[in-house]
Write a new protein. Structure first.
Length: 649
């Protein structure tokens, strides 16, 4: 590969482009050729990749990285850098080549897709620092860019966010969730560039090269829409200048050719995701000019001053046996947290009066963002905002998070840091019916890496878990319930990651006194004890407490555990407790059996002698009152007590 690399020590600021400068244009064209050569060589060396999708974007990337964008090559985390999101993640080799040639990274391009290299097949966050997201699942880059754009506006920074899209992914509906919200929030620092190269993976895209049709769509969304020849550097520079000066969000529609520059690939179907053979590479390189070594320094960003304000958190005070829903306690805790920390942001998908996130608007309205009924975009936005140091809490009904599963999955791959609250979980919501009941959410988050799952059962635990989530890394999921539940914890009760609470257990006071009197070093022999352990969380914990009293009245001792932290969980500690309290457990959960708490514990305790009976929702539920549904689907106190008696026998 041509050994060009900008040296950060020689960085200088180019003058703002007013008219196309022929020398500059020639230099950017040379860089585009250089990037093409890099891409072809590295993908052939790797034996795989998407070179044809890279070749169509070479001029766009050249103009962006070597003239338009302002960034410090020596500092990927500089707060005032312009940001770039590659939504068409399969063009990763082109991004790596641009970062290398701009002096941002020194990775060996010839190790693309190798196990020891940070240059993965699709962009992933790594030691590179310049890639802060995971892309490759199409249609998500706009939402991430939208979140970063909002963050920069809220921090009063002058930086802009650029996102490169492919035309195939413009069929994804999540893009249009992002487009409408960018316009709603009047983000003049948000610039999208669509590489309209006509060909997708298996043939022509939905609109092909019909740029007018694209234009009508995006103008209807309130965007400044600019049509250009995507291989004409001068046209691209003029378009970028117009977009930069726009008072509203902009999209540049660039007509390009897939495989541009190589006569046997250009605008021809069948080359998607195929690298060239060594012989084909030799033919291709003869068609791409080998430029003289160019040098273009970075356009450095303007530095701005911004600091978050943080003060002491003021907790709520709840009374024992007070009835309050965990969703309401979540909202109260979040509102108090926002007052004490300007990093806190609440996002909601137009159900904030049900999730109670709307309480944040009472005193700190600027720390609330309405995302409307667009959950996929809300999760992508959360990721983008968190990348700019905001501590994000996104909430909606737990049932509706399933439609954003892919966004959650991709955010987890990027080691993202934000909190998601799913309210109205399970059949306990009552009459609204199955479509509103989150019954798959625990399974979804359990199977997703880089996640923690918290399930509060009362107002105190809800507040403490909100605080805990705000201090943790990763994606945190809080599962809150619709009905009111009684407060069972004192305001001073501590909660820790990975732990559980023992609310009831048998204690033989007489044996304890005798043991103390004899000062015996031996463990006191248990004359009587718990015969079974009842495990619940959320609404079912309260049913376990009722079942405990029922069993007690019949002479059966049982322990009760609040499994408030589902993931991670100190399973050895839990197993030890169960084994010393009868080695039998009943697990009751307001969730489908598949992927739920019972299935988790059955797998984790499979190599022990512990006997498990799992009570969960095992069929599609019907509308009804909460009490009717808990009984019908056998997760109430009656079903728990009955299952316990059968397991003991």
């Amino acid at each position: 590969m041509f050994p060009y690399k900008a040296k950060s020590a020689n960085v200088f600021i180019l003058p703002v482009l007013l008219k196309a400068d022929m020398a500059l244009i020639k230099e950017l064209e040379d860089i585009a050729s250089l990037l093409r050569r890099d891409v072809l060589e590295m993908t052939t060396k790797a034996g795989s990749g998407h070179p044809s999708s890279c070749l169509s974007s070479a001029e766009i990337i050249s103009a962006l990285f070597f003239n338009e964008m302002r960034f410090d090559p020596a500092n990927s985390q500089a707060s005032d850098n312009d940001e770039f999101v590659l939504s068409k993640g399969h063009a990763a080799p082109l991004l790596y080549a641009a970062l290398k040639r701009a002096g941002c990274i020194d990775s060996d391009l010839n190790k693309l897709r190798k196990l020891e290299s940070p240059l993965e097949g699709h962009p992933m966050p790594s030691a590179l620092g310049w890639i802060k997201y995971a892309s490759g699942s199409l249609g998500q880059g706009l939402s991430i860019a939208l979140g970063m754009s909002l963050a920069l506006k809220m921090q009063r920074r002058k930086a802009k966010v650029y996102v490169l899209l492919g035309d195939s992914e413009l069929a994804e509906g999540s893009n249009y969730e992002a487009f409408q919200l960018a316009s709603h929030y009047q983000l003049d620092n948000f610039i999208a560039i669509a590489d309209i190269n006509r060909l997708g993976q298996r043939g022509e895209t939905l609109l092909g090269h019909n740029l007018k049709a694209y234009q009508q769509r995006f103008e209807a969304f309130g965007f400044l829409t600019i049509l250009v020849d995507g291989h004409n550097i001068k046209a691209i520079l003029v378009a970028l200048e117009k977009a930069r000066k726009s008072s509203k969000p902009a999209i540049i529609l660039a007509k390009t050719l897939k495989g541009k520059g190589i006569n046997f690939m250009e605008d021809k179907n069948g080359w998607h995701g195929k690298s060239l053979s060594e012989e084909e590479l030799k033919k291709a390189l003869k068609q791409i000019p080998e430029p003289q070594m160019p040098f273009i320094g970075a356009r450095l960003p303007e530095n701005s001053n911004f600091e978050f304000k943080i003060s002491k958190f003021k907790p709520a005070l709840y009374n024992l046996n007070q009835n309050i829903a965990t969703r309401e306690a979540y909202g109260k805790a979040l509102a108090s947290l926002a007052q004490s920390n300007s990093q806190i942001l609440a996002l909601d998908a137009e159900v904030s009066n049900s999730t109670f996130s709307e309480l944040i608007k009472q005193n700190t309205p600027k720390q609330f963002l309405e995302c409307f009924v667009a959950e996929q975009n809300m999760i992508g936005m959360s990721q983008g905002l968190s990348l700019k140091s905001f501590n994000v809490f996104a909430s909606t009904f737990s049932a509706f998070l399933t439609r954003a599963h892919d966004q959650i999955r991709m955010a987890a791959l990027a080691n993202s840091n934000f909190t998601i609250c799913g309210s109205h979980c399970g059949v306990s919501i009552g009459e609204d019916g199955a479509s509103q009941m989150g019954l798959e959410d625990i399974a979804m988050f359990r199977a997703t890496p880089n996640t923690s799952i918290f399930y509060p059962s009362d107002a105190v635990s809800a507040e403490k878990l909100v605080l805990l989530a705000s201090q943790m890394k990763g994606i945190k999921y809080l599962r809150t319930t619709r009905p009111k539940t009684s407060v069972i914890y004192s305001n001073e009760e501590p909660f820790e990651i990975g732990d559980f609470k023992v609310l009831r257990q048998y204690i033989n006071l007489e044996e304890k006194k005798k043991s103390k009197a004899k000062k015996s070093k031996r463990k006191a022999k248990q004359i009587e004890g718990d015969q079974i352990v009842l495990i619940g969380a959320g609404i079912t914990l309260h049913e376990c407490l009722k079942a405990h009293e029922d069993l007690k009245s019949k002479g059966i001792n049982s322990a009760v555990i609040d499994l408030y932290c589902i993931k991670p969980l100190n399973i050895s500690k839990l197993a030890s407790f169960i084994q010393s309290h009868g080695s039998k457990i009943i697990v009751a959960e307001d969730h489908y059996a598949e992927g739920g708490i019972g299935e988790m514990l059955s797998a984790a305790l499979a190599n022990t002698e512990i006997k498990i009976k799992s009570l969960a929702v095992k069929r599609i539920p019907h509308s009804g009152t909460m009490l009717q549904l808990l009984d019908k689907y056998e997760i109430n106190s009656r079903a728990i007590a009955e299952a316990a008696r059968k397991l003991i026998v």
